[in-house]
Design a protein around this ligand. Structure first.
Ligand code: OAD
Length: 231
């Protein structure tokens, strides 16, 4: 069977691009209440607060640059054309900017907007607000095109298909606490794939992997990619 690699990334892959992680000490969920800014109920209660939160994250993502980990994953895809699927929980768009093409941003993209009334999608302006009119239907029902807790992640069918044919699953820079992404290692293991975790430090999920590589993504990911391409 030809090699087919599924890669799942989380906030840790963008940490060295200057974007904060969620659950590390001083992380985003130390500064904001998840219920207030990352749930449909929080948006219904206080949409202005949620817009402010994502407007700031959009600005930070736009200012950030892909790091050596994003670049190495794009290089891997170029060398193993058609055999690498990149699934990311990140909304920052850095994998795409590094040159990865086969990317499933399962939690959406902060640089996209969606209309809650008519489902039209378009590139988000630098600031969304409760006054932003949908370019398609004209209503002030715009939101960032991101997935909140309690909502269905995107691309689940495509991800499921990729996991079904995966010979290897590599999980990079995620705490492994948010489902369904946290369950991918069990699915892949059950189907017989080799599983690798790359993280700054062992995570809650480490015991589920065949191999754990500890280190900063900007060093550990390029080293792993060289290992794969050198084979
Ligand atoms: P977390 O903040 O939960 O976890 C980040 C992980 O990255 C931790 O395991 C860190 O050890 C690791 N890490 C930090 N710096 C690193 C580095 N330089 N190199 C390698 N690893 C590093 O972030 P996620 O797992 O991505 O969802 O969080 C998952 C989801 O929870 C997010 O997509 C978001 C969040 O709430 C929604 O908002 C729906």
């Amino acid at each position: 069977m030809p090699e087919s690699i599924v890669i799942l990334t989380g906030a840790g892959v963008s940490a060295e691009s200057g974007l904060g992680t969620f659950r590390d000490t001083g992380g985003i969920w130390d500064q904001y209440s998840l219920e207030d800014v990352a749930t449909p109920e929080g948006f219904a209660r206080n949409p202005a607060l949620v817009h402010d939160f994502y407007n700031a994250r959009r600005e930070h993502a736009a200012q950030a640059r892909p790091n050596a980990a994003h670049e190495a994953l794009a290089r891997l895809e170029r060398h193993l054309r058609g055999r690498v699927t990149l699934v990311t929980q990140n909304i920052d768009g850095l994998h795409e900017r590094a040159g990865s093409r086969q990317v499933y941003p399962m939690h959406g993209r902060v640089d996209q907007a969606v209309c809650a009334a008519c489902a039209h999608r378009w590139p988000a302006p630098s600031k969304l607000s409760t006054q932003t009119a949908c370019p398609a239907c004209g209503q002030n029902t715009c939101r960032p095109d991101v997935v909140w807790f309690g909502e269905m992640p995107y691309y689940l069918d495509e991800i499921e298909q990729a996991l079904q044919r995966a010979t290897q699953l590599v999980v990079i820079g995620t705490s492994g606490t948010v489902y369904p992404a946290a369950g991918f290692v069990e699915v892949a293991s059950h189907l017989g794939a080799h599983t690798v975790e790359i993280n700054l430090a062992r995570s809650e999920a480490s015991d589920a992997f065949n191999r754990v590589i500890e280190g900063p993504a900007s060093e550990a990911v390029p080293a792993w990619v060289e290992e794969v391409l050198g084979k």
